[in-house]
Design a protein around this ligand. Sequence first.
Ligand code: SF4
Length: 390
Amino acid sequence: MATQTGLPLFVLGSGADPHSEKGVECPGELPPASDPGLVERARKAKEALGDRLFVLGHHYQRDEVIQFADVTGDSFKLAQQAAARPEAEYIVFCGVHFMAESADILTGDAQKVVLPDLAAGCSMADMATFDQVEECWDALEDAGLAGQVIPVTYMNSSADIKAFCGRNRGAVCTSSNARRALDWAFEQGGKVLFLPDQHLGRNTAVLEMGMSLDDCVVWNPHRPGGGLTREQLERARMILWRGHCSVHGRFTAESVDDVRARIPGVNVLVHPECRHEVVLKADHVGSTEHIIRTLEAAPAGSSWAIGTELNLVKRLARTFPDKNVSFLDRTVCYCSTMNRIDLPHLVWALESLVTREDGAPGGAVVNQITVDDDTAHWARVALDRMLALP
Ligand code: SF4
């Protein structure tokens, strides 16, 4: 069955879609979540694998999983860390699908990247499929504009989209270097097609680069011609893809007003994936790593309302008990796909690597994430352009 987005619908546990970030099949027997020995089982499996294993944990992961991470970080830092461990045979990525793809692109051919639950996708990455982006590019070519457009994609996109940017003179960016990536892109062409997060694109263009909201248009992949006229495309400097993060997109301007009324003197610190009006009202804006560094440097006794994923905010509150750390919104806001990596899936993935039915050394690699050579090559081109930014 096709949805309005063109992505098939699956009942949980019944299949997988290789063309999207969504995958929902667990091919093995998961240990029950109620097993009191799960922590010990994970510890033993890690010990048995030793240096052959490297476990990466994204900041938005559950505590039950993050305790087994050899390194924690945002998506780019983790991909770099994976690349810096050529001796690790297995990279178990506790994060979401596009991150595991980036790790596969940046690691050697002999290294295997495992995502403990294939259902751990990213709704934002799913909002820009390869076919949709090709359609947009065809429309820009028909309008005679593609020659002046540089595509820039946020790290939170599929390998296909990164490769599209690599093939078309474009680059990847993170929330930390979006400004530098856009400066570079505008030196190459007069316009940017920014994928897939409209908020990061708009916030960077308007708040950091001095553009106006009128310089930005939004390409809606579900409407003919993106829902834009040729004149709108000709006038625009930033063509923003109509994608967003379903977690950060939940914060509203009212969330900021409400927390200021509840906590006098509070500092509001938000991620640039938040809506423009939320970022405008905040005191500080920055990437996940920036949020952590800001909290580290904050004086004891100061109050902070943080607009990012809840697992991280709760961890920050525990890490800095001398500071008053709250969640920006009143409603609970986990990333549901990040949360799919739980201890049973991690134990299953690790134990599968340790044991093999025939008793031979080596492991059964479950849920391996691989990117085909051509896609990996062009995605790497786009990633390398980002790494070469001044
Ligand atoms: S927090 Fe948002 S951008 Fe990050 S993985 Fe979840 S849906 Fe995707």
